[in-house]
Design a protein around this ligand. Sequence first.
Ligand code: 6GU
Length: 266
Amino acid sequence: MRIDVVSIFPEYLAPLELSLIGKARQDGLLHLNVHDLRDFTTDKHRSVDDTPYGGGAGMVMKAEPWAQALASVAAAGEGKAARPVLIVPSPAGERFSQALAYELAEEEQLVFACGRYEGIDERVLEWAEEHFSVRPVSLGDYVLNGGEVAVLAMVEAIGRLLPGVVGNPDSLVEESHSDGLLEYPVYTKPSVWRGREVPPVLLSGNHGKIAQWRRHEQFRRTAERRPDLLETFDAGKLPRADRTALAELGYDVVDGQLRTRTDAPD
Ligand code: 6GU
């Protein structure tokens, strides 16, 4: 996969040289280039922003430097990716998710356009449709100062799904959100730490029981911390043991959907 990141703070992306993502780059699994937006300006002040039409607080990123930068990275990837995906980090975008990470991990080229200030002149996104599949994406309902931190998060989430990046691919299967539920709790030695015991089932050697306990913990945690995930959870083909675990937590399966037992029937 090829990834291009355009930013006025290229140094912000330095952590992408570390750990798993840094290793993936060294191993040639991920070709990641960071570009300084100011290198695509033509005026002596290398200016990238101006005041907003219509008034209001803050500054808006000018269209032309962005068009120059994006045309440059589109041309660099040409012949490889038919239509690269342009991801525009923004609190006004669609929500990033594990599903979107899996989807984007299939692409040949991703381009990230890091906005700062109040955002990028909207016409850039319209123009970019000619060269890219444009996706404004948000990490969640809060505001960051710019897209760089969001790009760190998204590149890590996407990069670790590329073949060969995570050493043991089994770890991708058993983690939070891979099956629409939160992950079960984990423990390591010693078996008693400051008077706290590891749940005895995990020391039993009974793999069936362990799997069942972990599944129950996934449901328990998700019900407690993220009940919204259970509302959309596909419970249509759950084995009996799962239904029993859910029933103990007060959830019944009705038409393949989970329903809390206090829900009034419609
Ligand atoms: Cl992707 N960008 C910015 N600037 N703020 C955010 C965000 C992204 N996601 C949540 N807040």
